[in-house]
Design a binder for this molecule. Structure first.
Ligand code: SF4
Length: 321
């Protein structure tokens, strides 16, 4: 290739994000994060605009940056840069509610089957069901309804010792179970078929959310969603064991009870949707962090619960990302 006709380009699956002190390149193909100089935001437009030989002649420093990025396989040289446009970062899904988290237990008085039907009518296909103290027979009834309603992705969490007979039967029959989480269980059994089963010493799912570090998610769809929405609460609905309808089980605010509200009416309320639009770009500290589009936000456990923009309590940044 003739260098006067050669340009550098970052791979389209490599996204640069600038932070206060440094930058990162999020590589969505190799699922890796590379720390880079924060000034790359200023340099990048130049090194992508001018041909390689011009950059080599006028700036040894810029040429070195290009060679470094190319060696790390984060970008490439091409004489036809126009053939490599950026990938769209639009985000949308056809369903108005994309995730439902339902807590149901011995103290629940609402109709779980009615709730599941309402949620499925909204085209919601992703379900987290948190079960507290039900018998095998009660659980089997629930699982067979989940099967009938054709949810695509189901995660089932148990507060304590699960009803093992129904659990094993359910895994045998339902191929939509992604994962099972069991809290505070004395016995540890195996389930079959590559189902992910995790045991936790935590007393409850709440304790898990309160104590675990905010996870880093390297997924381009997640990145696109994070640019415009809250990456935890967007298009989500949560119903606690008392039938209270919320954005998250562990946020205080309730938007009504199932006993006198239909889900479809609650999600129409502007007030209910306001958290969907709270991006990391408006959260204290996170807005200056280079991981902000890859870090799962948490609004329930924050450094200052009275401030809705407060930084999540369990920031992973000082750990090992
Ligand atoms: S929680 Fe920590 S790692 Fe995540 S975006 Fe905020 S400051 Fe960055």
């Amino acid at each position: 290739m003739n260098d006067s006709n050669v340009f550098f380009k970052l791979f389209t699956n490599c996204i640069f994000v600038e932070g206060e002190d440094k930058g990162v390149i999020l590589d969505y193909q190799r699922q890796a994060i590379y720390e880079v100089d924060k000034n790359l935001s200023e340099i990048l437009p130049f090194i992508e605009e001018y041909p390689l030989d011009e950059l080599r002649t006028h700036s040894a420093e810029l040429y070195k940056v290009i060679m470094d990025l190319e060696t790390k396989e984060l970008g490439f040289l091409t004489s036809t840069p126009e053939l490599f446009p950026a990938i769209s970062d639009e985000w949308d899904v056809p369903n108005y509610v994309n995730n439902a988290i339902i807590e149901y237990g011995l103290n629940s008085t609402y109709s779980l089957s009615g709730l599941l039907a309402q949620i499925r009518n909204l085209n919601c296909t992703n379900l987290v069901l948190i079960i507290n103290g039900l018998t095998d027979d009660q659980s089997l009834k629930i699982f067979s309804q989940i099967k009938q309603l054709e949810f695509y992705n189901v995660d089932v969490w148990f507060y304590s010792e699960p009803p093992w007979r129904s659990l094993k039967k359910m895994i045998g029959q339902l191929n939509v179970i992604n994962s099972i989480k069991i809290f505070n269980s004395k016995t540890r059994q195996k389930v079959y078929k590559n189902t992910s089963l995790k045991y936790f010493e935590y007393k409850s799912p709440r304790e898990l959310c309160e104590k675990e570090l905010c996870p880093i998610v390297l997924n381009y769809t997640f990145y696109c969603e994070s640019l415009r929405f809250n990456n935890c609460l967007n298009r989500k609905i949560a119903i606690n064991s008392f039938g209270e309808i919320k954005n998250c089980l562990y946020l205080e605010e309730s938007f009504g009870n199932l006993s006198d509200n239909f889900i479809v009416d609650v999600i129409e309320k502007e007030d209910f949707k306001k958290m969907w639009y709270l991006t990391k770009d408006s959260v204290d500290t996170c807005k200056l962090c280079e991981y902000r589009y890859a870090c799962l936000d948490c609004r329930a456990f924050t450094e200052n619960p009275t401030n809705k923009y407060s930084k999540p309590l369990n920031c992973k940044k000082n750990d090992s990302i």
